[in-house]
Ligand binder design. Structure first.
Ligand code: NAD
Length: 319
């Protein structure tokens, strides 16, 4: 069985082993694959792994030996699902591998907005403290979270874990989820309507998936319903936010700070307006990437192929 990994570098830049996949077949791993090389590199492989390399209908048609596609991620919008189904290809994803890592990162972004640890350390290392006339100084307003309200939009695995941590800081937690009426009650949060959450939260953290109904859910109209000085955290998907509207709200001060790990187009374009906006922290989509969660992802990717070979496929997303 020939196995091709089209873009293995971000999952395994060298600190993990592909050994468990290698044990299942003849494995070729590419760090990255440009669009015009995908068909050639897949060749006559039966198993293809992709993280973010798109597999469209043209590629599926021109690679008739493919039987199984493993997505090295949760999101699979890069694959033409109808084409895989028509071709009888099984597609499996990794539904959950980084809940704790992403929740921890959402809180890291929040703490960075509250304390600007990185900027203060940079200032000291650049010599500002050594020259200062006072024994301490701060360059941004410092914010205490206890007693403030944390609003979670999308109360699934990551949203729930993030909310638990926020609650441990003494924050009141409000949650909005499209399916909250079917969810179990928790002792650390209150389910509310979207409008109630927008109007009451001091911090809003986005944890819902990107779908046609959630695209640009943070926009001029929803921002107008938020509290003055609200903070926004986004570790979910960049397109949940209308980035120009966010820039305007950051410039006016309506939103006092935003910290985002995801952008509408990745890598970020040099002309993205967020790059030239005040009070924003942007990181390059790394919430998922601690070694522990990449290791877990690798294990599930291998289990997905083993299950397919045993004719009992798991985590199938194109049935
Ligand atoms: P999940 O499926 O467990 O939770 C998503 C929740 O959103 C569900 O409870 C669902 O009911 C809710 N939801 C769906 N549509 C909604 C809507 N219109 N309004 C409000 N809520 C809605 O998913 P998860 O594992 O918690 O992951 C959440 C998101 O995190 C993923 O969709 C992904 O985009 C993102 N993610 C980012 C990284 C990263 O590295 N930054 C890593 C993993 C996941």
């Amino acid at each position: 069985m020939k196995i091709v990994v089209l873009d293995g570098y971000t999952e395994n830049p060298g600190d993990l082993s592909w050994g468990a996949l290698e044990a299942l077949g003849e494995l070729t791993v590419y760090d990255r694959t440009p669009a015009d090389k995908v068909v050639e590199r897949i060749g006559d492989a039966e198993v293809v792994y992709t993280n973010k390399t798109p597999l469209n209908a043209h590629i599926i048609k021109n690679c008739p030996t493919i039987k199984f596609i493993g997505v090295l991620a949760t999101g699979y919008n890069i694959i033409d699902m109808a084409a895989t189904k028509a071709a009888g290809i099984v597609v499996s994803n990794i539904p959950s591998y980084g809940t704790d890592a992403v929740a921890q990162y959402a809180i890291a972004l929040l703490l960075e907005l509250c304390h600007h640890v990185g900027a203060h350390s940079d200032s000291v290392l650049a010599g500002e403290w050594a020259k200062h006339e006072d024994w301490c100084y701060w360059k941004y307003p410092l914010v205490e979270l206890a007693g403030k309200t944390f609003g979670v939009i999308g109360f699934g695995r990551i949203g729930r874990r993030t909310a638990q941590i926020a609650s441990a800081f003494g924050m009141e937690v409000l949650a909005y989820d499209e399916y909250s009426d079917q969810m179990e009650k928790t002792d650390f949060c209150r389910y509310v309507s979207m409008n109630e959450l927008l109007g009451q939260a001091d911090v809003i953290s986005l944890h819902c998936p990107l779908t046609p109904s959630t695209e640009k859910l943070v926009n001029q109209s929803t921002i107008s319903k938020m509290k003055a000085g609200v903070k926004i955290i986004n570790t979910s998907r960049g397109a949940l936010i209308d980035e120009q509207d966010l820039c305007n709200a950051l410039d006016s001060g309506k939103i006092s700070g935003a910290a985002v790990d995801v952008i509408s187009e990745e890598p970020i374009r040099a002309d993205n307006p967020l790059l030239h906006t005040k009070n924003i922290i942007i990181t390059p989509h790394i919430a998922w990437a601690p070694k522990e969660s990449r290791q877990r992802l690798m294990g599930i990717a291998v289990d997905n192929l083993k299950a397919f070979v045993d004719e009992k496929p798991i985590n199938v997303v194109n049935q």
